[in-house]
Design a protein around this ligand. Sequence first.
Ligand code: NAP
Length: 277
Amino acid sequence: MSSSKTLLITGVSSGFGRALAKEALAVGHKVVGTVRSTEAKRDFEALFANAAFARVLDVTDFDAIGGIVAEIEASVGPIDVLVNNAGYGHEGIMEESPLSEMRRQFDVNVFGTVAMMKAVLPFMRERRRGHILNITSMGGHITMPGIAYYCGSKFALEGISEALGKEVKPFGIAVTAVAPGSFRTDWAGRSMARTPRSIADYDRIFDPIRKAREEKSGKQLGDPQKAACAMLAAIAADCPPTHLLLGSDALGLVRDKLSALAEEIRAWEAVTVSTDG
Ligand code: NAP
């Protein structure tokens, strides 16, 4: 590796965050990871003496974020790379799922991520360098029934990442939205929030989807360790991508979506342009 960097990664207790932290430590980077318990903090710091540091933070504790980031900058060193990984999936038919579940989904996946970026940006801007990776999802490009709130949160994050990238490019800061397909993490297991069923009309469309997701959990195609290596390649790149898909499932589904979208735009083109003038 050419240069050692300091990475701040949210949610390093399992899944992508843990895998990325381990791979980054193995190639000589310093990692500050956020966790949600003192036990997880001890466990993470035991990974690598003097290179693995943990801070206890729930990303929805918005008022605490600025202080923690400033403390990391002062005590560990300048944050070169922020990886907003902390997040979870809400699963539930939209009509059945209370607004409180949507608020929680957006608080963690969107507002928590934005709060982290707002805390880190003044330091990166001052230094005129930095890289932010936001872990979105293929669900930030494509949708399926039963995860409307999740897709909404990840579409939001894709949009925010892309717009922010344009705002901070002049300051030497890159923003990459990383959209994984299905990977073997705790996402569809312990981390998923599942709204109970209540409207029989949706049984036919949704029950097979919920069952298949439960059965597939732990057996998904994607390997988080390989995702970690792919993210490290993006971090090392001179010109990091704005969007990075991970996994052949994500590639196929997003390509299909884009060509269906192009086809629909073509089919309705006459109506589209009829509103000018
Ligand atoms: P995971 O193994 O369940 O890891 C999720 C991590 O996020 C855990 O460390 C968890 O901490 C942390 N977290 C959750 N809510 C948090 C909060 N409010 N504040 C701070 N930390 C919080 O699942 P994962 O798949 O690695 O998830 C990481 C990211 O990848 C998520 O944004 C997810 O949406 C995205 N993603 C996953 C997949 C997939 O197939 N696995 C696909 C596309 C995108 P605790 O241990 O304390 O709960």
